[in-house]
Design a protein around this ligand. Sequence first.
Ligand code: NAD
Length: 172
Amino acid sequence: MTRAFYIGRFQPYHFGHHAVITRIAEEVDELVIGIGSAQKSHESSDPFTAGERVLMLNNALEELSIRYYVIPIEDVRYNSIWVPHVAARTPHFDLVYSNNPLVIQLFREAGFCVKQSPLYVRKKYSGTEIRKRMIEGKEWRHLTPEAVVKVIEEIGGVSRLKNVAANDNSFL
Ligand code: NAD
């Protein structure tokens, strides 16, 4: 049995992430999904809480054919101890999927096999682009699964993001 690990901030979860996860599900038996930077929320680049992101993923992945675990993981200041920090919070996994260069580097140095998954229309399906559209009042719903749209609307996510961005010069 192969259990794999995939981590993202999912701010918010979008069709790029969804395409990757759907594809990973064809290759492994179980998937551990880490919600990265779990401590962050109410910031223009990280507007949603870990709990809200857990809901986004659980609801969007309801029909996934394999067993999956969605686990919030806080950042640590020491990159060199991040992999054991992740391992202590997750079920054992044999394989990592990522496109994030730091994640790839840290897991490879720790001896894990890391597979890179191709980017899926990255310019369109990107958290930065979606948050920018939300702040500018442009259409964004077509970029995320319907289940994610529902969560964001229920929590008033767009108005939260606009409020925090209005007080944040670094924007996105
Ligand atoms: P993200 O949500 O931006 O992306 C998650 C994954 O999806 C990445 O592999 C990314 O390349 C991929 N992706 C994005 N758009 C895609 C698309 N259109 N098609 C296909 N794939 C796409 O999250 P992230 O920032 O990469 O998440 C990494 C997390 O790991 C962060 O929370 C980071 O803080 C955490 N981390 C923490 C430490 C530490 O605490 N020391 C160290 C390393 C990483």
